[in-house]
Design a protein. Structure first.
Lengths: 439, 195
């Protein structure tokens, strides 16, 4: 259940920040291997002193404590030179960070001391015994006891439920509620938000439960709790149940049965249709777009109790938004999708992928114009939203025409701020009963 | 890497022997006969022995080939038949997964390399650029390969998906049963000891 079922989790909130942080991280990390290399070269040239070795060991220990020790990709070929590999992989990691700033593994990826560093260290060391102990400790340290620490549980469950994505889903529900006509009922608003949040947590947890081996093989998802063994599948399913039952109950009895039914339907659609369909057919993208469209509809039905034209309009806007957002993102993930067996338009039907993205950019403009017609907003809204919609359509067209990484990234990043801004504009231009519609 | 393994080998066997016994057993490789015709078991992670006093499973770093994290299963002294069944199922699933993904990733790397070589040859370019770096193709050129690889492996993935869903449900179901059994045992310790 998602504003975008795919990767929206950290995108909106950490998009800009994440991009900057990751770039800075990359810069910082590029410097630390250089310091390491510098020390290492000194080791080569002169007799290694105990102080030198202690410093090296300490560096390893500190890095190990911070790092997640994950391999980026399978590397069956032997490495020619650890130094070249380190600098080039540092740059590659920086590139990965820049291009996918919203994948949280970005941080530990850059800091991971890899096997090549170990090789380099070993071949230069004179005190073999001490270094061997250091390395064995490092190898042993990579194994973690699968003992659930209660203190870690909140963090683990937050990651399991994709809490950031859930927050975005809840905010679209809130927007749907706020845009609906009628007096604003705070208690109903809170119940709808909490209920939707719980339903989203449940759906996201089940999604991760199904996808463990696939998540392990994709850079974006390989640090998820089930992949890392921080939580057992049984606990994940139990948590999902403990979220779904109260969530749906809240929606059904605290709000209204229609909203409850939509919640159940969306959980089902996301976990039982979208998730398996990702590996069967490209139709998954359209199903996923529906999943993302339902939360604002739920917000609307929570406020009004019925599925009006306005509800469908909001759902339509979220539905259309999914395509430029996801299609642009998936353009850069084609290798991972191909290797992992995911059926995505960007791999199987690239032209269709770009065409659909452009089509829905244009649809966003049309839907914005329909808002005042359906008495959701005043006519100010499509006028003010026009530059936004024109810009995203322009980027959509560029993506369609150029079909390259740069244009896909620009479209993707634009989609991140386009949606919140559009919803905000809708809210400010909401048609209120006392306000006469602008001629 | 070879040097690293040599170092480990000299240190680990005496350490492991000290822990010899059920505790340090790596559950035997099962399902070898069930594996499809594939090369020897590929694993990019060396063996591991947990500390003696640990009563938990241990999870390792991602495998070099399959990217899956191996789990070393703890075998308690009073393991019930249900617990044994669960452990064996998990062990077998782990190996089956390992085999599939290692094979998948290695095949992908191999075919990708072949594709790049054949393309470069067709364009009359060498395998190395002027600066000596390995020549690569950009994403747009690789797109054809990605599409072909995905469609070639589609059936394989369908079979894998079905099997994976079955196993995942089975493991979770058995975990639930084991959890219930343990709760029952805890609530009725007297009955259990008399049994």
């Amino acid at each position: 259940m998602a504003a975008s079922p795919h990767t929206l989790s950290s995108r909106l909130l950490t998009g800009w920040v994440g991009g900057c942080v990751c770039y800075l991280e990359g810069r910082a990390i590029q410097e630390s291997p250089h310091k390491f290399i510098h020390l290492f070269r000194n080791v080569n040239k002169q007799w290694i002193t105990f102080q030198h070795f202690n410093f090296l060991k300490r560096m390893y220990v500190t890095q190990l404590n911070r790092s997640l020790n994950q391999q980026v990709k399978p590397k069956p070929e032997p490495v020619a030179s650890p130094f070249l590999e380190k600098t080039s992989s540092g740059e590659t990691k920086l590139e990965i960070c820049e291009k996918k700033p919203l994948s949280s593994p970005c941080l530990p990826l850059s800091r991971k001391p890899n096997e090549k560093e170990l090789m380099g260290l070993e071949s230069a060391s004179i005190i073999e015994g001490s270094v061997d102990v250091g390395k064995e400790t490092k190898g042993e340290k990579q194994w973690k006891e699968m003992k659930l620490q209660v203190a870690d549980l909140p963090g683990i469950l937050a990651r399991l439920s994709k809490i950031k994505l859930t927050a975005l889903v809840v905010s679209t529900t809130a927007a749907g509620f706020a845009l609906a006509p009628g007096p604003f009922d705070w208690s109903c608003f809170l119940l709808a938000s909490v209920g939707t949040g719980l339903a989203s947590c449940a759906a996201n947890s089940i999604n991760q439960f199904f996808e463990v081996p696939f998540d392990s093989n994709m850079n974006r998802t390989k640090n998820r709790p089930l992949v890392r063994g921080q939580i057992s599948p049984l606990l994940a399913v139990s948590f999902a149940t403990c979220c779904a039952v109260p969530g749906v109950a809240l929606l059904t009895w605290g709000v209204n049965p229609l909203t409850g039914a939509l919640g159940v339907f969306n959980i089902f659609l996301y976990t039982c249709c979208y998730t398996p369909l990702k590996r069967i057919s490209i139709a998954n993208t359209w199903v996923g777009a529906v999943v993302g469209a339902i939360p604002p509809v739920m917000g609307w039905t929570a406020a009004t109790g019925s599925l009006d034209a306005g509800a469908f309009l909001l759902g339509g806007i979220l539905y259309s938004w999914q395509f430029p957002h996801f299609n642009a993102l998936s353009w850069g993930l084609r290798e991972d999708y191909s290797r992992g067996g995911y059926c995505m338009m960007s791999v199987t039907h690239p032209a269709l992928c770009r065409r659909v993205a452009l089509r829905h950019c244009l649809a966003l403009g049309a839907l914005s114009a329909a808002a005042p017609v359906l008495d959701v907003t005043t006519w100010t809204f499509p006028v003010v939203a026009l530059p936004l919609n024109l810009y995203i359509s322009y980027l959509g067209f560029r993506f369609y025409a150029d079909a390259d990484r740069a244009s896909s990234r620009r479209l993707f990043f634009c989609s991140l701020w386009h949606l919140p801004l559009l919803l905000l504009l809708m809210l400010t231009c909401k048609l209120r009963p006392d306000r006469a519609p602008a001629s | 890497m070879a040097a690293l393994r040599r170092g480990r080998k000299t240190l680990l066997p005496p350490v492991c022997r000290a822990f010899a016994g059920r505790r340090c057993q790596l559950a035997p490789e099962r399902g070898a006969e069930r594996r499809d015709a594939a090369p020897r078991r590929v694993s990019g992670v060396s063996r591991f022995c947990p500390p003696r006093k640990s009563c938990y499973d241990w999870i390792g770093p991602p495998d070099k080939y399959s990217n899956l994290r191996p789990v070393h299963f703890y075998i308690p002294e009073n393991e019930s038949p249900l617990e044994q069944k669960l452990r064996e199922l998990r062990q077998e699933t782990q190996e089956w997964n390992q085999q599939f993904w290692a094979n998948q990733n290695l095949t992908f790397s191999k075919e990708k390399k072949e594709f790049i070589h054949s393309r470069l040859k067709a364009e009359g370019l060498g395998l190395r650029t002027e600066s000596g770096q390995k020549a690569t193709l950009n994403a747009e050129e690789m797109a054809g390969f990605y599409k072909e690889f995905l469609s070639k492996n589609f059936q394989k993935h369908m079979c894998y998906n079905r099997e994976w869903y079955k196993r995942n449900f089975a493991i979770t179901f058995f975990m639930g049963k084991v959890a219930l059994e343990r709760i029952r045992n805890k609530l009725r310790p007297k009955q259990k000891s008399s049994n």
